[in-house]
Design a protein around this ligand. Structure first.
Ligand code: AMP
Ligand code: MG
Length: 356
């Protein structure tokens, strides 16, 4: 038998060692590529939608920029489709239809949901205040544009006139023909649209990557995509309605679900020392005055949004109704009264505990 050449053995050894090292490097690179997102590297994205800044903080194995772009695009689609003041929007056409109008499935479902929230809150949430919101002028400009905008308080007779042409009971829905008849009221989904947009944002993020985590925030509402670093609570402050941004009246700890706040500081004008804001009491047609902020925690972001508007309208006077009925629909409440007193549903306290 021929003895192997020691030189050949050395070359062979070198090839084996080099292959092992290269394989090792490739495995590490693949591991880093696949799992670096899961170790908690967050990417932040921001866009201006619904008259406010929308922020996405996400950790995902799919390119986070792709996911956030898809979220922003969906939100812009909803903003355009349901802007009651843009002549091309579905809502504008429905409000100006004069009789029955055929609507698409998404619109039918949203209107059906809005009417359900109206019934559940005994009309405190009323998606048919479009004419009143318009008369008050809150549709025309955002908070940032309010100063010096020449805001005029409407007269009582103007308000009465628009009140007659409001009221969720007037809206008729034909589920077979997929038709809606507003009977003269103007539908305004402003009190729940951001919540719905956050629901869609969550669905889109999970379609890309079921294991993604982080949160999506629109002015006043947060939808959690998953716990911080996949294990910890997100710490969320409840803003002091009379403080600066960053000054809080409460703190909550959430791993999932949504938190929404309706406040009289979001869109308002002060005329002769009186604050006029964008949340209207459907009974009087005037800005609701029984609270200065209302926060809801719910697993469903649409519930959180609609019920925060409703809790604000119901205020301190109807607190017994709110604290009894809202938790039945999965909404826990934190209300700040005009004097700064805090009222909470029993289970809200659960979210104030950091180590649960
Ligand atoms: P939010 O900031 O979620 O409380 O929503 C306020 C927006 O909802 C307003 O800008 C109006 O477009 C609309 N809105 C005002 N009052 C009500 C109400 N009582 N019920 C439902 N939507 C309302
Ligand atoms: Mg709302």
């Amino acid at each position: 038998m021929q003895q192997p050449d020691p030189k050949e053995i050395m070359i062979l050894n070198r090839i084996v060692v080099t292959s092992v090292v290269v394989m090792f490097i490739v495995i590490i690179a693949i591991y880093l590529l696949l799992f670096s997102g899961k170790t908690g590297q967050y990417s932040d994205f921001e866009d201006y939608i619904f008259g406010t800044y929308v922020r996405v903080r996400i950790s995902s194995t799919v390119n986070p920029s792709t996911v956030s772009k898809a979220i922003f695009n969906e939100m812009k689609r909803l903003e355009g489709k349901y802007d009651p003041h843009s002549e091309n929007s579905v809502l504008y056409q429905l409000n100006h239809a004069n009789g029955w109008a055929v609507v698409d499935d998404e619109t039918l479902a949203l209107i059906d949901l809005a009417l359900k929230y109206a019934r559940q809150t005994e009309g405190a949430f009323d998606p048919t205040l479009g004419r009143l919101v318009d008369t008050w002028g809150f549709s025309k400009f955002t908070q940032h544009e309010a100063e010096g905008s020449g805001f005029v308080v409407p007269t009582m007779s103007e308000i009465q006139e628009e009140l007659v042409n409001s009221g969720y009971n007037k809206v008729a829905v034909d589920y077979v023909g997929k038709k809606v008849n507003t009977n003269g009221v103007w539908i305004d989904l402003g009190g729940m649209l951001k919540g719905y947009a956050l629901k869609r944002a969550y669905q889109i993020a999970k379609e890309y990557d079921t294991k993604c985590h982080g949160f999506v925030e629109t002015g006043g509402q947060i939808m959690i995509l998953g716990p911080k670093y996949n294990k910890a609570n997100w710490v969320i402050g409840i803003r002091d309605p009379r403080g600066q941004p960053g000054e809080n009246v409460g703190m909550v700890y959430l791993k999932e679900g949504s938190i929404a706040t309706s406040g009289d500081y979001e869109r308002f004008f002060i005329v002769d020392g009186v604050r006029y804001h964008h949340i209207i009491d459907p009974k009087s047609g005037l800005p609701a005055n029984g609270a200065i902020s209302a926060t809801i925690i719910s697993s469903d972001p649409v519930v959180a949004d609609a019920f925060s508007t409703a809790a604000f309208v119901l205020g301190e006077k109807s607190w017994l109704f709110t604290r009894t009925v809202f938790p039945k629909y999965g909404a826990e409440v934190f209300l700040v009264t005009p004097k700064g007193k805090i009222l909470q549903t029993d289970n809200f306290r659960f979210y104030e505990q950091p180590d649960k």
